[in-house]
Design a protein around this ligand. Structure first.
Ligand code: 13P
Ligand code: SF4
Length: 373
């Protein structure tokens, strides 16, 4: 996404000036603006958010503010696109920095998915119904694809419910772009990661599989991953347990399966936050997710010990692109009557993508995480 450089005056402001200007613009705009902040945003952004949450909760908020003219989405591009699709009226959705993408979302594109779909049709035949499920971390046209082909969107909050729904609708699930969320969810439902699943590599014929393997697989998992969550390892879990007896390990389901299996609990960013907030004072927690969230949980719960599983810490570099000066610039512009950085999804894509996103919200949730023994 192309982001124009910030006007030079913004690059000269101090942190305090930036914060004060955001507050002043927000006061001027009043109920015309709603600021949504994903949990991975830095504190200097979160302090201005009207609502913070995981992808699922923020998608719900995007639908719930007909009074606002503007939804300023402090998150990444696919979240702003989803908000534009779900918004209840003529709201304009603003992403403070258009370069805030998601490297996992970029691992599947519409041409690759169409090619995969055609090969699956040719290999599996018309008697086997494949239901496509896309993680919300994907471009709007992929959401449109699943809407048009009888599938759904899911988030890490409702992946179990979405996959159960898909299995009721058909015989196989094509899950993209995150192989790990797909594998972890199917495994928790009792499926075998080896015999019931295969990985689809978009750069290889038949995704790198034999026709027999494809026919035998209940789940076809796209070869995508999150570079932040890939850093967490089984060794880190074992080290945390050895160094801090009694510690509980909670991770995001974008982690690899051996990490999820070794954890005590896993779930969305909101789940992780709630798990620690609801725990007894004095409890100890090792967390496998993005560092801004881990640090904030630690700060807001000083009577619990909270550490990141990865000693090298791992920020999401694209979430980090929402720098306060960008938020300041978009808010000043809105307060002065200029809309900058609007994210719009074309109508022909939005029509089907809305069906898939509405389905995600209808399918709802089952408990986001299972206790892993
Ligand atoms: P959540 O839906 O759990 O907030 O996850 C979004 C995400 O991008 C995690 O990497
Ligand atoms: Fe994408 Fe990973 Fe960043 Fe989440 S943490 S937005 S999946 S790159």
């Amino acid at each position: 996404m192309l982001q124009v450089p910030l006007p030079v005056e913004y690059t000269r402001l101090t942190d305090e000036e930036v914060c004060a200007r955001i507050r002043a613009a927000k006061d001027r705009l009043g109920s015309k603006v709603v600021i949504l902040g994903h949990h991975y945003q830095r504190d200097e952004i979160i302090e201005h958010a009207d609502y913070r949450g995981d992808s699922y909760k923020l998608a719900q908020h995007a639908r719930e503010h007909p009074e606002a003219d503007f939804i300023v989405f402090c998150g990444v591009h696919f979240m702003a696109e989803s908000a534009d699709i779900l918004k209840p009226g003529a709201q304009k959705v603003i992403l403070p920095n258009l370069a805030a993408g998601c490297s996992m979302a970029d691992m599947a594109n519409i041409f690759q998915v169409r090619r995969c779909w055609k090969q699956l049709e040719e290999t599996l035949g018309s008697d086997i119904r494949v239901v496509p499920v896309t993680y919300i971390n994907s471009a709007a046209n992929l959401k449109g694809f699943v809407g048009e082909h009888g599938g759904t969107v899911c988030t890490s909050t409702n992946a179990p419910a979405a996959i159960s729904w898909a299995l009721n609708e058909g015989d196989r699930v094509l899950f993209f772009p995150d192989q790990h969320l797909g594998r972890n969810t199917a495994w928790a439902m009792g499926y075998d990661p080896e015999s019931d699943m295969c990985v689809w590599d978009p750069f290889k014929p038949l995704g790198g599989n034999t026709p027999e393997k494809l026919k035998a697989s209940k789940f076809i998992l796209w070869k995508g991953h999150c570079s932040v969550h890939k850093r967490f390892t089984l060794e880190q879990v074992e080290r945390a347990r050895a160094d801090h007896p009694g510690i509980r390990v909670v991770v995001h389901p974008e982690c690899e399966i051996d990490v999820v299996r070794a954890a005590d609990e896993y779930g969305s960013t909101e789940f992780i936050l709630n798990a620690i907030e609801k725990a007894e004072p004095g409890t100890k927690w090792a967390v496998g997710t993005e560092i801004n969230l881990v640090s904030r949980i630690a700060k807001e719960n000083p009577d619990r010990f909270v550490m990141c599983l990865d000693p090298q810490i791992c920020p999401c570099s694209t979430m980090y692109r929402i720098h306060p000066t960008f938020l300041c610039w978009v808010m000043d512009s809105l307060a002065e009557g200029h809309v900058v950085n609007q994210v719009t999804v074309p109508d022909d894509v939005a029509r089907w993508a809305r069906i898939a996103l509405e389905r995600m919200l209808q399918v709802g949730q089952v408990p986001a995480a299972q206790h892993v023994d």
